[in-house]
Design a protein around this ligand. Structure first.
Ligand SMILES: C=C(O[C@@H]1C=C(C(=O)O)C=C[C@H]1O)C(=O)O
Length: 459
């Protein structure tokens, strides 16, 4: 093995000592530098897998296995998780902790079988983490050490699992996937209900479509993530596989929050138009979007809401006066990048709780819009549209808005796409917009599988 065995042994022994002294489990972590890894590393895992990379691919986190998973639920799940994370960080041994994190869009509707492995709030410390940041890649082993553990046994087990990660697996999957529900009718019905609310109580509401496919065998998920990464430059790629049978993944352009110390970066991403292969037409589509009243209203609601939230939590707030365009392969959006300096007492968990969902995924007013979404939509959003990302022990981290995403099991793929509605929104164009938003995932899937009865795919 490429790591200093003696040092790792000392770290584990120290953790056993602490676990015995405190009579509770302790996380031990040990890191060393390795060569840069890329998305293909995912193909080596036979355990649970986690992946997160930034639009410029300068930051990349690849996790295997689960050393410890914190879970909680309820309306106050962000703050409950904050205290669990603080406790875990108090007495671990070794390097800084790191967790892949995800929260549900809202409390799950009565027990939803599809999302039960994900839950309402989860933070996962992997057993093995490859982390690329600032041009360096480190690998960290996280070990869950219980009182009375045998250090030698833990070390031997880690050695076996680490060696596994270097054994190539063959991944020849040829899957046929068949559309079983396109979600159009349900969307249409919710659209009409929402239209009534937009005349009275709501300024904006975001409604989504759930599109269900049946698979004849599991999709090569590592291959799919790889495909998304190469076909969607400029998007975050995320992949959470908390059990061997279930995975949630996607390619989103939308950052919810990047926090480094008390400095934060966020963005309003709302208002959409398709891309076009002809440069001139594409440019014209972008210019029309920049000047379109309906889209400008939709966008301004998001900017104003983020501004109002952040001004109450920060000592500095900056944003450009006018939105710009954010162009992805299939779609372009109105985009306003925002930076702020958080007041010293504000935590990352609090910030996520206050921001989520912005009116880019919820609506305005927030509480009424989220309640209406729950009421009107006929499916469970689960983690779609939610804060998903990573966090370290000092509560630095990055969370994206988990859109352009899908939930995969061995026999099904459930894809999600939504759009913001304001007064005057038209059903047909909103439906088309959700079709465009499904394209990144369907295009990637079409590279790996045969898609049958595919009437929603737009290349
Ligand atoms: C809801 C989605 O996207 C959101 C809605 C947008 C819109 O209505 O213009 C644009 C970007 C996202 O904030 C989605 O992709 O599912």
């Amino acid at each position: 093995m490429a790591y200093a065995q003696q040092e790792l042994k000392q770290c584990i022994e120290q953790a056993v000592g602490h676990a015995n002294a405190y009579q509770r489990a302790i996380i031990a972590s040990y890191s060393w530098q390795v060569e840069a890894q890329d998305v293909s590393t995912l193909t080596f895992g036979t355990q649970e897998r986690f992946y997160f990379t930034t639009p410029d691919r300068s930051m990349r986190a690849i996790g295997f296995g689960i050393a410890q998973q914190l879970k909680t639920s309820g309306h106050d799940r962000f703050l409950r998780m904050q205290s669990k994370w603080a406790t875990l960080n108090r007495d671990h041994v070794g390097n800084d902790l790191f967790a892949f994190c995800g929260f549900s869009f809202a409390e799950l509707k009565q027990p939803d079988y599809r999302w039960s492995a994900f839950g309402e709030a989860s933070m996962t410390i992997p057993k093995f983490l490859y982390l690329e940041q600032d041009g360096h890649t480190t690998v960290t082993i996280f070990a869950f050490v219980e009182p009375q553990s045998n250090a030698e046994k833990i070390l031997n087990q880690l050695a076996v699992e680490y060696a596994e990660l270097h054994t190539p697996k063959s991944s020849q999957f040829v899957t046929r996937i068949r559309l079983t529900r396109d979600g159009n009718d349900a969307f249409e019905a919710s659209f009409h209900q929402a239209t009534q609310l937009l005349k009275t109580t709501l300024k904006k509401i975001v409604l989504a479509r759930e599109v269900v496919y049946e698979l004849d065998q599991p999709v090569d998920l590592a291959g799919l993530v790889q495909e998304l990464e190469s076909s969607q430059p400029g998007s975050y790629i995320f992949f959470f596989q908390p059990t061997l049978e279930e995975a949630f993944l996607g390619a989103t352009p939308e950052r919810l929050i990047l926090k480094t110390g008390q400095e934060i970066q966020t963005a309003a991403v709302a208002g959409s138009a398709p891309r076009h292969e002809l440069e001139q037409t594409d440019y014209a589509l972008g210019q029309t979007l920049l000047q379109d009243d309906k889209n400008r209203v939709e966008h301004a609601i998001v900017v104003d809401s983020i501004e109002q939230t952040l001004r109450g939590l920060s000592t500095r707030f900056e944003k450009p006066e006018q939105p710009m365009l954010l162009k992805n392969r299939h779609i372009q959006h109105l985009y306003t990048p925002i930076t702020a300096t958080l007041s010293p007492e504000v935590s990352l968990f609090q910030l996520i709780e206050k921001l989520h969902p912005t009116p880019a995924l919820g609506g305005e007013p927030k509480e009424a819009a989220v309640a209406a979404i729950r009421d009107i939509e006929t499916f469970e959003r689960g983690w779609y549209g939610s804060p998903v990302g990573w966090m370290d022990g000092a509560e630095n981290g990055e969370f994206i808005v988990a859109i352009r995403s899908g939930l995969f099991t061995d026999r099904s793929a459930v894809l999600y796409a939504g759009c913001g509605l304001v007064e005057g929104s038209r059903l047909q164009s909103e439906l088309e917009e959700t079709g465009t938003k499904l394209s990144p995932m369907l295009q990637a899937l079409s590279q790996l599988c045969t898609i049958e009865k595919d009437d929603v795919y737009v290349d």
